[in-house]
Design a protein around this ligand. Structure first.
Ligand code: ADP
Ligand code: MG
Length: 313
């Protein structure tokens, strides 16, 4: 393609909210064989919301949720934010005998209802950890609890499996090393996700999903969206490794992602595409920025490259 053709294509992209960082990136996209999608925030809306909270001990429901919110209050993770939001909603809008009158004014009381925690830490790919009154609070997945020697009773495990089979993420809560409750979180697919997956298939491109979430939830979501290749329970550092696996036979690989966790993979991919609504780090690491936060633009980008470079062959 002539420099003029590349410039025209870049302009057409920009007009459609597809920002292309250079002619090389534009050229590589025509040869893409695999498009690897991050799950949370990329295939899904990234609008996680709690659908169910189940307490497995004597603890009062309001107290359980207060504990969860207090532990997750410093979390930057979308799951953490969803948990706090749900607990906050429960606290301020559900009547409860244990709730003090002073806490009923939702305008003047933003964080006054939260308990003081110490030693907060976010554990990437697993959850959060903190101390409350000298007791340990753990909120996250099975791996987190296993690493800390907390056993998951069979009835709890069955409940989590049920959530996961319906495409929800089960979040486990342990207090003082005892499993006290589980919350189910749903994050709906983007409306265009399934159509885009199908469209890529028609273009001879293989869609793949990669996620830090557990296998059962990952497979349920993949099935909904029509993706056959799934890599789940991938630790944040492992996403770039997944890219390199697909590149091993010389295939050109695109990665589509939005989060901080995705930036090493976006950089490792031949074509990194960041969702415009994503984090700055992801946008920095990518070759393409999809400003509209619409997955159809993955196809637009590849089409544009094909049209620009095939014409002159
Ligand atoms: P993804 O690749 O889907 O964005 P992450 O690597 O961020 O996933 O997280 C993987 C898993 O770790 C989540 O599915 C969840 O089970 C657990 N997790 C991470 N952060 C939190 C948190 N703040 N609270 C509870 N669970 C969490
Ligand atoms: Mg993500």
């Amino acid at each position: 393609a002539t420099p003029t053709a590349v410039m025209v294509a870049t302009g057409v992209g920009a007009k459609n909210g597809v920002l292309i960082k250079g002619g090389d990136a534009l050229e590589r996209a025509q040869k893409v064989k695999y498009v690897i999608f991050d799950k949370t925030g990329t295939l899904t809306q990234g609008k996680a919301s709690v659908t169910i909270a189940k307490v497995f001990t004597e603890m009062d429901r309001g107290e359980f949720l207060r504990l969860v919110a207090s532990a997750e209050a410093s979390s930057e993770h979308p799951l953490g934010k969803a948990l706090v939001e749900y607990a906050r909603h429960f606290h301020f809008f559900e009547p409860s005998e244990t709730k003090g009158l002073e806490n009923n004014n939702k305008d003047s009381c933003h964080s006054g209802w939260l308990l003081d925690v110490s030693d907060f830490s976010a554990l990437p790919g697993r959850g959060v950890h903190c101390s409350l009154d000298g007791r340990r609070v753990l909120i996250g997945n099975r791996k987190l609890l296993a690493e800390n020697g907390v056993t998951i009773p069979t009835n709890v495990e069955n409940f989590v499996v049920e959530l996961e089979e319906s495409a929800k993420t089960g979040v486990l809560v342990a207090y003082d090393n005892v499993l006290i409750g589980v919350l189910g979180i749903a994050d709906p697919l983007k409306r265009e996700a399934a159509v885009v997956v199908e469209g890529l298939g028609k273009m001879g491109i293989r869609p793949v999903m990669v996620t830090g979430d557990n296998w059962r939830t990952a497979k349920a979501v993949a099935k909904e969206v029509g993706i056959l290749d799934v890599k789940a329970e991938v630790m944040p550092a492992g996403k770039a490794e997944v890219i390199r696996e697909f590149q091993r036979d010389g295939s050109v690989v695109a990665m589509v992602g939005d989060g901080i966790n995705d930036s090493p993979a976006l950089a490792a991919a031949d074509v990194g595409m960041a969702i415009g609504a994503g984090t700055d780090v992801a946008i920095e690491a990518a070759d393409y920025v999809l400003m509209r936060n619409n997955l159809e633009d993955v196809i637009t980008a590849i089409d544009l490259s094909r049209k620009t470079f095939r014409r002159v062959r």
